[in-house]
Design a protein around this ligand. Sequence first.
Ligand code: ADP
Ligand code: MG
Length: 489
Amino acid sequence: IWNQCLKVIRQEVDDEQFKTWFSPIVPLHLEGNTLTIQVPSLFFYEWIEEHYVHALRKAIVQVLGKGGRLDYSVIVDRGDASHHPLAMNISTAKANNGDRGKLQEKQTAPVREQEGGSASLRPKRKAKKIPDEYRALLEETELNSHYTFENFVEGDCNRLARSAAFAVAQKPGVTSFNPLMIYGGVGLGKTHLVQAIGNYIRKTQEEKIVVYVSSEKFTSQFIEELKNNNLQFLTNFYLLIDVLIIDDVQFLAGKEKTQELFFHVFNHLHQKGKQIVMTSDRPPRELKGLQDRLLSRFKWGLTADLQQPDFETRLAIIQRKLQNEGISLDAEVIEYLANTIDSNIRELEGVIVSLMAHSSLNRRPIDMALAKEVVQRVVQKQDELPHEDIEVGIDTIMEEVARYFGLSVEALKSKSRKKEIVVPRQIAMYLCKEYTNFSLKSIGYHFGGRDHSTVIHAVQNISELREKDADFRLYIDQLLDRLRMLKQS
Ligand code: ADP
Ligand code: MG
C-alpha cells in the first residue's frame, strides 16, 4: 500500500525532496482504511505536514479511497537526554480532508528497538581510538558541559533550530540536515545549541569523534601548521572526525587559504556521510567574503535561525536560571527583568549573575531597587556607544524631566494626552533612547507599558524640534546638564 502511495507522491515532488522526506518513512500498519507511517522526528512530521500535505492526501485518496486516513507515529524525545524517547502517535485529519486538523496525542509509550530510538539504549561501543599525536588538537576543542538540550529553554524564537539540532544529535550524518547551519545575532544561543549537539552525541554515541571548534581557532590552527610546514597533519586530523561543529563561520570571511582547507574538509566529511554543523551571525546569503563554492554547500542541508527571545521565553529562561541557583525572587522583579532586557540572552544571564553577586556580597535581598541598579550597570557596560552615554537609568531621567517641568513621574507614565504632559513625556523618552543603551521596547515598558512605536514617534518628534526650535534646544541642553551632574555626583 505504502509503495503505491509513494508512486503517487513521486509524481508530485522532485527527486531530491522525495529522497529526503519520503524514503526515511517506514509504513507500520494498515487498520481498516487508516495507514500508519513512522517518521523519524517531530520536526520531520511537522515539515512533511507543512510542505507535502497535498501530495500525501492525493496519494491516500487514490490508494485507499475517499475515506482513507493517515496516522503518524513519531519518534519523539522531549529534549531530556536522560529520559527515554517516546513514540508519539499523531492522528491528523489534515492528510485526509484538508482541514487544519487538530493534533491528537493518542498514546505515548516507550520504544526500545525502533530505529531512531535514542542511541543511549544501545550497548555502548568503545570510543574510537584517536592516534595520540592528535590529542593536543582534540583538547583544544572542549565542550562546555553546561550547554545541553536540557538547559536550553525552548520557545517560539528557537523551536525550529532546536528541533533540527536535536534531530541531528540523534542521528548525526543521517538526516538530511547536513550541513546544519544555525544563524542568529549575538547572545541568542548559537554556541549553546551546537555544543548541545556535541554533548549529546558524546554521551549517547561514544564511538563517534566529535570536534567543536570556533572559526578563529580553526584559522589559528591553520596558520600554526602552515608555519610548521605541517598542514597535512591538521588535515588528517579533521578527516578523522565524525561530527564537526564549527562556530561563527562569518570569521572565515576574507581568509582565502583557511577557507580552502575548510572546503576540502567539508567535502571529504560530507561525502563520507559525516555530520557538519555550523553557526553564523547572519544568513548564508549575507555572508560576504566567503567563497561561493563554500556558500553553495551551506545550502545543501538545513538553515535555521535563532530569533530574539520573546517575553515568555525570557521569563522561562530567568526562572530556569534562578531555579538552578536555588533562588526565588518576587514575581515583580522577574517580570521587570524580562521586560527590560529583551535583546540578548547573554545579557539576561549577566544581570542575574551580578544580581546574585551583589546580593550576597552586600547581604542584601534581591529586590526591585537592587534589580534596577544592576540592570542599569550591566546594560550600559555592554557595548561601546557611538554617542555620549550619560550613564543614568530610565528612572533617573524620568525623575529629572518630571522635576524640570513640575510634573510627577506618574504623570509621565500616565495615559494623559494633555500637551503639558505629552511633550515632557516625549522628551524623557527621547533622552532615554539617545543617551542610554536601553531598547525601544524596554523604554516603552517603563513609560507605562507603551509599545516601541510610541517611543520611535517620540524620538523623531523631539529630534526635529530640537533642530528647529530654540526653546526646545534649551530645554534639552539644560536637562542634559543636570543629568551629567547627577552622573558625576
Ligand atoms: P551565541 O553563541 O549565539 O552568541 P550563546 O550560545 O553563547 O550565544 O548564548 C549566550 C548565553 O545565553 C549562554 O550562556 C547560553 O547558555 C544562554 N542561552 C542562550 N539561549 C538559551 C536558551 N534558549 N535557554 C537557556 N539559555 C540560553
Ligand atoms: Mg557563540
